[in-house]
Write a protein that binds this ligand. Structure first.
Ligand SMILES: O=P(O)(O)OC[C@H]1O[C@H](OP(=O)(O)OP(=O)(O)O)[C@H](O)[C@@H]1O
Length: 357
């Protein structure tokens, strides 16, 4: 199990695009070369036993099989194919294999995301798993490891708007206009992650329409200053929404410090749409989300809305807060030596509020 943990840890810290090759001494199997791969399948009867290994798995599957089938398979393997004595095989099964299964393997079933009855013959379950893996493979690399990260589907309109706001020669008017358009799309997308309840209404034709009702206990929180640029988009989508504000500031050894906060007094009972168009190192976001949690907001009630995110910030936020939802419009390549997003769009607030002259 220790070897497995070490393999998993190293695989988990592979830098994107670099891949990883390593040799491990796995007992009788000798040295095994593990090549970089999008999907790594770990298989074994005790694979879900250790919590540290479980935490590293993106999908946990328990393949269930009837106890009669398990016994029949042993008889087939050891008696029919290997010519061992049947009494001996049944004795070993009832004294060691069955109790071992019940004591150590069966209790790990509760950790599985998916339980497949009927083992390898269950084609419906296998198709669903294959479909889910195909979907993951089509996603951005970061989405494969952070289920709480959501990237807006890109269109040429969205790409065009990003091109305009990222252009150093964009006019102030264009920067504000296209940032507003993108903000509105991100807000609409983020609202789609809120819970809803079903509702039927009667249409003017006298027919029944089966629909949903929006979640109403909402509020926004903008991170001063850039986040304030997203407030209009939020107000345009959510009539009369309360919007709190948080200011964090500072760099260096002390990191980001909380300077100011004004939040709705009942924020703990609301879903929070956190507004900040730029996610760089993630230091500000971590500080702000920690404050919201301290105020009693459940992590799963926070949706972080963002225009441009660096992988470093995404990793910092998604790993620390696996229950929040991070919705972004584009993921950029990296950070430069000044911790600015690259290619990025410069100082967002200065460009949006025209304070960069
Ligand atoms: O992920 P981080 O490394 O913490 O950086 C991201 C923060 O930086 C930007 O704000 P900035 O501090 O420039 O303030 P401003 O909005 O007033 O310009 C941005 O709006 C985030 O709040």
């Amino acid at each position: 199990m220790k070897i497995l943990e070490r393999v998993m840890e190293r695989l988990n810290h592979v830098e994107f695009g670099n891949g990883l090759q390593m040799f491990y001494n796995l007992g009788e199997m000798g040295l095994v070369l593990i090549q970089p791969a999008d999907i790594i399948i770990l298989e074994g009867i005790l694979i879900l036993h250790d919590s540290q290994v479980r935490d590293l798995l993106n999908m946990k599957i328990f393949v269930d099989e009837d106890s009669d089938v398990r016994l029949t398979r042993r008889i087939q393997r050891f008696v029919v194919e290997s010519g061992r004595n049947i009494e001996n095989v049944i004795d070993q099964y009832s004294k060691f294999v069955k109790p071992g299964f019940e004591d150590f393997v069966l209790p790990t079933k509760k950790y599985a995301d998916i339980i497949i009855p009927d083992g390898g013959d269950n084609n419906v379950a296998i198709d669903l798993i294959v479909q889910s893996i195909r979907t993951k493979l089509g996603q951005h690399d970061l989405c494969k490891i952070h289920p709480n990260l959501c990237i807006m589907f890109s269109t040429f309109q969205i790409k065009g708007m990003h091109t305009l706001i990222r252009d150093v020669n964009a006019t102030k008017h264009d920067f504000v206009f296209y940032s507003d358009r993108l903000n509105r799309l991100v807000v609409e997308h983020g609202l789609g992650h809120l819970p809803f309840t079903e509702k039927q209404v009667i249409t003017p034709t006298g027919s029944v329409y089966s629909g949903v009702v929006f979640c109403s206990r909402l509020c926004g929180v903008s991170v001063i200053r850039s986040g304030e640029s997203m407030e209009n988009a939020l107000r345009a989508c959510c009539k009369g929404i309360k919007i709190g504000k948080i200011l964090v500031h500072g760099h260096g050894t002390k990191g980001r410090q909380l300077i100011y906060e004004k939040l709705p007094s009942d924020i703990a009972s609301r879903h929070v749409l956190l507004l900040d168009p730029v996610l760089a190192t993630g230091n500000s976001a971590v500080k702000v989300i920690s404050l919201l949690l301290k105020k009693g907001v459940p992590e799963s009630n926070i949706i972080f809305l963002n225009l441009v995110a660096a992988p470093q910030g995404i990793n910092a936020v998604c790993e620390r807060f696996p229950m929040i939802k991070l919705v972004t419009s584009e993921i950029d390549a990296s950070l430069n030596e000044n911790s600015h997003v690259i290619p990025g769009l410069g100082e967002f607030a200065d460009r949006y509020f025209a304070t960069d002259d």
